[in-house]
Write a protein that binds this ligand. Sequence first.
Ligand SMILES: [Zn+2]
Length: 100
Amino acid sequence: MLIVRGIDMKRPRKIKDYCPSCDTHTNMDLSRGKNRPGSELRKGQRRFRRVTSGYGGFPWSKPSGAGKPVKRVYLKYTCSECGKTWQKKCIRSRKLEFTE
Ligand SMILES: [Zn+2]
């Protein structure tokens, strides 16, 4: 799979994909998901607390300049048969567009 950064992502609104609950391929509705809020129990946050504790300065240089122009896109897949929803991580892109 080719991953191109900084590109607009286009996805159809309805696709056919595997539903783990129905155990077959069903029609799925796509919508934009949200990334989960940070938690103190997540791996990255625990690592951050460990490396910034004790002696020594901040372990990596602070980023300078403007932020990244692209953001990670999360897609929500809703099964049309059972109504359950899954969220999947997608590529980093500037914007997300739904094509009919
Ligand atoms: Zn289903």
